[in-house]
Design a protein around this ligand. Structure first.
Ligand SMILES: Nc1ncnc2c1ncn2[C@@H]1O[C@H](COP(=O)(O)OP(=O)(O)O)[C@@H](O)[C@H]1O
Ligand SMILES: CC(=O)N[C@@H](CCC(=O)OP(=O)(O)O)C(=O)O
Length: 248
């Protein structure tokens, strides 16, 4: 079993062959679980409604109107876009369904952005055991039924941790973590922190490497790759950037 985080940056460009490869991996017993983003699609819909997207520290400031749009786009549009391409293997749900992702309101000026409290792995496991590829939208819910918007990298890291999978594979629109135009093949958590401090890792790459560092407590391997390298990453070939635990 592995967790595949599909970023909104690439979702519209994913070729049919990417989904065919996922279906084949499922048939071969690799059991992918997808957690998806959709940041660009959310921002486009907000703009069409004359709501200006706002981010602080890479997190979308989410007021009541924005939360409605986030739910509409992630659940109604992006999630189903992926499910359709998986041709009957896909089972779409969000972190709200069955309290899959329990969340509370994150401290700070973010509005309805969720802090993950717990992930319930049983439902995901049983869907996977029943032959489906679970496709999870990054939303959470609290005991009062309030929903929350969660960064998809963070959600993917938490799902990977709760399931204790071998691999978390993060698919995005760059060949890996880059410095001076070159992909860095391997990074320790200490090097990641240094690259953030030096301003080499910025923007949308920050939640990815942070989620990677958190997940490494429970997950053997985290890799950041472009879509074309999915098969190689699952076969543990050296592609993209691998984030390793430990300091050396
Ligand atoms: N050191 C870095 N190496 C590669 N990408 C980086 C780096 N620092 C920042 N980025 C940015 O991170 C982006 C990926 O994050 P994001 O746009 O949020 O993608 P996604 O929608 O896949 O989550 C890249 O397109 C790039 O602009
Ligand atoms: C709190 C927060 O920032 N949530 C994200 C959720 C989607 C996401 O993370 O999408 P990508 O993976 O495509 O960036 C957002 O509203 O954009």
């Amino acid at each position: 079993m592995f967790i595949l985080k599909c970023g909104g940056s690439t979702l519209d460009q994913l070729p049919a062959s990417f989904y065919e490869e996922l279906i084949q991996l499922k048939r071969d017993g690799f059991d992918p679980i997808i957690v998806h983003g959709g940041g660009p699609a959310i921002s486009n819909t907000l703009k069409s409604l004359q709501i200006e997207p706002q981010f602080i520290d890479g997190l979308r400031v989410t007021d009541e109107a924005t939360l409605q749009v986030v739910e509409m786009v992630l659940i109604g549009q992006t999630n189903k876009q992926i499910v359709k391409q998986l041709k009957g293997y896909g089972f779409g749900l969000s972190g709200m369904d069955g309290s899959l992702i329990k969340a509370s309101k994150m401290d700070g000026p973010f509005g309805f952005v969720g802090q993950i409290e717990a992930v319930q792995p049983e439902l995901i496991k049983s869907l996977s055991d029943n032959g489906y590829i679970p496709v999870i939208a990054p939303l959470g819910i609290d005991e009062q039924g309030q929903s929350y918007n969660i960064n998809a990298d963070t959600a993917a890291g938490a799902v990977a941790t709760a399931l204790g999978v071998e691999q978390l594979i993060v698919v995005t629109d760059v060949p890996g973590v880059m410095e001076n135009g070159q992909v860095i093949p391997e990074l320790t958590t200490q090097q990641v922190t240094e690259l953030i401090d030096k301003g080499v890792i910025t923007g949308g790459m920050i939640p990815k490497v942070k989620a990677a560092m958190d997940a490494l407590k429970a997950v053997d391997e985290v890799v950041i790759i472009p879509p074309a390298n999915l098969g190689k990453a699952v076969q543990k070939e050296k592609v993209g950037t691998k984030i390793k635990g430990g300091a050396e």
